[in-house]
Write a protein that binds this ligand. Structure first.
Ligand code: GRF
Length: 242
C-alpha cells in the first residue's frame, strides 16, 4: 500500500510513519512521496536519509506565485494535487502540513478528474504510461487538540494556556479526515492527554507529540485498511499445496 505524506516542518510524525513501514503497525506499506511546502523542512532530510530513500518534492506558495505571474493560490493547490496524484498514493497523510488545503485540492483527490486532462501530455493514449490514479484518495490530518478545540496553528500553546486559565479541563490530540474546513473533519482517533500538575509546556508538548506518533500510525493503518485491505493472513493453519 502507498502513502503520500505532506509536511511543513521537523517531520517527527513523518518519522513515526517511516519507522512503521512494513512492520505489524503498518504492514505492506511504503511511503512513496514526501511533499513539503517549505524547502527548509527537516522532514525532507528524514525522507532522503531513510533507507530506502523516499522520493521528495517541495513546492512553496510564494515562489510559485512569483514564478507564475497570473497564477493564483488555487492554481498552486491544483499543482500540489497534481504532484500528489502522480505518486498514485492510496492514502494522503498531512503530518504537520501548515497550509490550508482547498476544496479544489480535495476534489482532485476525491477523483473528480478535475485535473486529469491537464496532466495528460498531448498525444497521450489512454494507456498506463501516464498513470493517474484519481480514485477517491482519502486525506487525514494530525492535530494536537481535541475535536472542536483550538482549530488552526499554535494549538498546543493555546490549549496549554487555556488550561492554565481554567477555560478547558481536557486537552489531547486527534487524527481526523480532512475536509476543506480547517481541522474539522470526522475524527478517526482521539486521545486525551491530561496535563500533570505544574508541568511546563515543553514537557507537556513532548508528551503530546509522543502520543501523536502513536495515533498517526494507527489512523493511517485504519484508513489504508479501508481502501486497500490486507489479504487474509497467510499461514492460517490450513495446509494448502497451491
Ligand atoms: C504536530 O504537532 C502536528 O500535530 C502539528 O504540527 C506538528 C508537526 O510536527 N500539525 P512534526 O513536523 O511532525 O514534527
Amino acid at each position: 500500500r502507498r502513502l503520500a505524506v505532506l509536511i511543513s516542518g521537523s517531520g517527527t510524525n513523518l518519522q513515526a510513519l517511516i519507522d512503521a513501514q512494513n512492520t505489524p503497525a503498518l504492514p505492506n506499506t511504503s511511503i512513496v512521496l514526501v511533499l513539503s511546502n517549505r524547502k527548509a523542512a527537516h522532514g525532507l532530510v528524514r525522507a532522503t536519509s531513510a533507507s530506502p530513500p523516499i522520493p521528495t518534492a517541495y513546492l512553496a506558495l510564494q515562489p510559485y506565485l512569483r514564478h507564475n505571474p497570473g497564477k493564483t493560490r488555487e492554481d498552486y493547490d491544483l499543482e500540489l494535487a497534481r504532484i500528489v496524484v502522480r505518486a498514485k498514493p492510496d492514502v494522503v497523510v498531512l503530518a504537520g502540513w501548515m497550509h490550508i488545503v482547498s476544496e479544489s485540492f480535495l476534489e482532485v483527490l476525491r477523483g473528480h478528474h478535475k485535473i486529469e486532462d491537464e496532466i495528460r501530455t498531448p498525444g497521450d493514449s489512454d494507456n498506463d504510461e501516464n498513470p493517474i490514479s484519481t480514485g477517491p484518495i482519502p486525506v487525514i490530518n494530525i492535530h494536537p487538540a481535541l475535536p472542536g478545540q483550538f482549530d488552526g496553528a499554535n494549538a498546543i500553546q493555546r490549549g496549554y494556556e487555556a488550561f492554565q486559565r481554567g477555560e478547558v479541563d481536557r486537552l489531547g490530540v486527534m487524527v481526523h479526515r480532512v475536509v476543506a474546513e480547517v481541522d474539522r473533519g470526522e475524527p478517526l482517533i482521539v486521545r486525551e492527554v491530561p496535563i500533570e500538575k505544574g508541568e511546563s509546556i515543553e514537557v507537556y508538548e513532548e508528551r503530546l507529540h509522543s502520543v501523536e506518533w502513536e495515533i498517526i500510525v494507527q489512523a493511517t493503518k485504519r484508513v489504508l485498511d479501508e481502501v486497500k485491505p490486507m489479504p487474509p493472513s497467510e499461514g492460517n493453519g490450513i495446509d494448502s499445496d497451491d
